[in-house]
Design a protein around this ligand. Structure first.
Ligand code: AMP
Length: 117
């Protein structure tokens, strides 16, 4: 069924508590934890408990959870004390996605003025 945990998914295992993570926020539907290989002083991943392979598929199937994901990303930035931050949704291998469970990167704490867009 859509959204069900996948046995070989790293982030499903983190949601289940089978793999440890440094959790910074948790709600009934969303989890935020520190990236294991931080690219900035603040680098937190925000993920839904339910399994969808990317953020767009999450939003199409469960828009309320996708909205909560974004709201939680903002609360992570607030909690971490960063006013300026970048949200990144890598989608597809060619865009750098390596974990196929929807997530948003919250990056901050250093100047990030270079832009691809
Ligand atoms: P992406 O490349 O957009 O799929 O992002 C996946 C992110 O997950 C990368 O930034 C990894 O550093 C991070 N990551 C991989 N394994 C773990 C883990 N066990 N705990 C926390 N972050 C992880």
């Amino acid at each position: 069924m859509a959204g069900e945990p996948q046995p070989d998914c790293l982030f499903c295992k983190i949601v289940a508590g089978d793999i440890p993570a440094t959790v910074v926020r948790r709600t009934e539907r969303v989890l935020a934890f520190r990236d294991i290989a931080p690219k900035a002083p603040v680098h937190v991943l925000v993920i839904p408990h339910v399994h969808y392979p990317n953020a767009a598929e999450l939003a199409a199937a469960e828009p309320e959870i996708a909205g909560e994901l974004l709201a939680e990303a903002g609360l992570v930035a607030r909690d971490e004390g960063v006013e300026d931050y970048r949200l990144i949704f890598n989608t597809g291998t060619g865009a750098g996605q390596t974990v196929f469970h929807a997530h948003v990167h919250v990056l901050g704490g250093k100047p990030m003025t270079e832009s691809m867009v």
